[in-house]
Design a protein around this ligand. Structure first.
Ligand SMILES: [Zn+2]
Length: 73
C-alpha cells in the first residue's frame, strides 16, 4: 500500500524545497554520514512509499495535511 499518491508526492516535494517551512529531515542528520542534498542537510525525499533518504535507512510515512495539497507559492 502506498503512503502517498503521486500527486501528493509532487506537493510534498514542493513544500520541501519551496515552502516557508523547515524541510523534513532525518533525525540523525548530524552524525557525519549525512550530506546536503535536496535543499538541506539530511532533507528527506518524498516517494509513494513514504519519505526516504539517500544516505541511510530512515523512512517516514506521515506528513502534515496541508503539505499533501498543492502549494501556492
Ligand atoms: Zn539518516
Amino acid at each position: 500500500m502506498s503512503a502517498f499518491t503521486p500527486d501528493e508526492v509532487v506537493n510534498l516535494d514542493f513544500y520541501q524545497r519551496h515552502g516557508n517551512f523547515h524541510p523534513f529531515t532525518c533525525p540523525h542528520r548530524n552524525d557525519g554520514a549525512h550530506r546536503a542534498v535536496g535543499g538541506d542537510l539530511g532533507a528527506l525525499f518524498p516517494t509513494v512509499r513514504g519519505w526516504s533518504y539517500p544516505f541511510c535507512d530512515y523512512t517516514q510515512n506521515w506528513a502534515h495535511d496541508f503539505m499533501l495539497k498543492k502549494g501556492t507559492q
